[in-house]
Design a protein around this ligand. Sequence first.
Ligand SMILES: [Zn+2]
Length: 222
Amino acid sequence: MILIKFEQIEEVFEYTPAQDEFIAKIPLDYKDAWDGNFEDLVLSNVLRRGSASFRDKMKDDIKNKLTNIQGNYCIYCGITFRLVGISEREHIADKATYPQFVFKNQNLALACHYCNGFAKKGTQNTVAELHDEYDKCKFLIVHPYLDDIHKHIEFISKEYKVLMRPKDGSVKGANTIEMFGLMDPEQTVLRGALYLKNKKNDELQPDSLEFAEEIMIVGKRF
Ligand SMILES: [Zn+2]
């Protein structure tokens, strides 16, 4: 098991035919498709009763599929969820501003609470140029599916993935480092501590987690 994984997501999860059919019934501008109870859509016979629980099961299914594809790492800070806690389903283009993409598979990835929450990304805008087709939108940050992160961000040392910088002046790389605080002292110290503890080894050692927890308590990162 590696400590930190910065990789583009190469595979997009697929919905079942029943899930696709369900999603197609929801109006594109419907604001509360992710968390709402669909009462208005049930009353107007657009959706059947029980649709909210169907949607909730689908959300669990999305999380399982993403875990299989993505592995156990936050898509933004790259740190294993074994350290940074429970994974959350994250909408890359936020669901309040872009309800049309709320179930778009390429708009969903797993992130840690710290990166996904108000401390960092929250509902900050990530879309530079909107398009009806999701993959034709232009994004302000390195997109987990559409961009190769290694073209935008590089580690200064190849051996220790601790200090990073935008590659070749990449604006997306700079925005991503800024939005997720990837070079904040807490993040940098955590990565450094993990590597120090592991010496030159990229593998997680039995006592690495305990050591990192101490570092996180000191840094009050999480
Ligand atoms: Zn994270």
